[in-house]
Design a protein around this ligand. Sequence first.
Ligand code: UDP
Length: 385
Amino acid sequence: MSLTVLMNAGPWLSVPPPGYGGIENVVATLVPELRRLGVRVVLATVDSSSLPVDEKFSVFQDGQFHALQRPYNQVCGISQAHLNGVVRLLHSRDDIDLVHDHVEAVGLATLAAMGPDAPPALHTLHWDLAKHPALYGNLDGGDRVRVNGVSAAQLARAPQALRDHSVGHVHLSTPLAVDAHRRPPVDKGDYVIILGRINPGKGQDLGARLARRVGVPLVLAGPVGPYHRPEDLAAAGDEARQNPDVRFFHDEVAPHVDGDLVRWVGTVAGQERDDLLAGARASLFPLRWEEPGGTAVVESLAVGTPVVATARGCLPELIEHGRTGLLTTDEDELGDLLLAASVLEPGECRHEAAARFTPAMMAQRYVQLYDRVRQLTAARRLQPV
Ligand code: UDP
């Protein structure tokens, strides 16, 4: 009998995403592999998503990412409306064997509150688990809701109540890792890249200062809050400063962006993104937070670009210092490591991606976790009350 999974990707971006979108990229990588393994996938997403699935369910026509960083009282109804639709869908049918949820906080809370008759659920934690202590520190999944992390380092930071619900971690994957070791080498440019949303935790301000200090050209690629292109941010005017990432960019990053040594190119997508990443001598992660899963780290390895990073979060788990990247706990040392990165071998990075981060490996691991979650729920249901 084939398994039917309701994959809840949430209301923020379409799947696959138009450019930026870590969770949506992971869902877009996982779903085709699950279907190849015979899993039926009902995708709860926005209607403009184009990923082939067995069924699509949506509340919103388009991704609501533009609203994500508005004040809470203006934005909280969006994820709630999406989840409300998902709950009604689950109540209306009996063929969903398991829910695989990716919606921060509200997905977990809603599924846990659904009661014993709802399907078993696996909620993937894509976030820093020091967040949401009131929820994570008191979680009661009713023996039906389990969680998984995206790295061991991330789960190690979780409060005990959340860890009690964990069935382990699954590293993130990217289609770029498939046969990455067979890909011909790419001519490297002289620049380094930071790929990701522009945010204090990702440390673009530090990266820009370091690049200027050591004289290495730096490309910043990614959105600033909801703004994907420099011209859109410029046109938005002062009102845009309500957004904390816009304030961070204007105050801490933009003073170093000279359009020459340090450039912000906005969000890059598709082949343009892959080529820009593959052509960099290194990708830089000057982190100020515990990076939970590192989609962009795995993508960098897959295209043969060594990683230079602060040794925080999942970085020591994903990167082997001296072989696939250079790590340090000392921010100041990052500049020297940028200069040293060209001694690392791009082929080693591609091999690592092909050996550890393929979509097929991620999907097989999730199928194991789906079985485990269903067994745990079934065992509990058989217990006498
Ligand atoms: N990304 C992209 N274009 C950009 C910036 C980022 O396609 O200009 C993608 C990137 O390739 C990765 C995701 O967005 O797949 C960002 O994921 P990451 O885990 O690094 O960041 P987070 O999810 O923490 O924002």
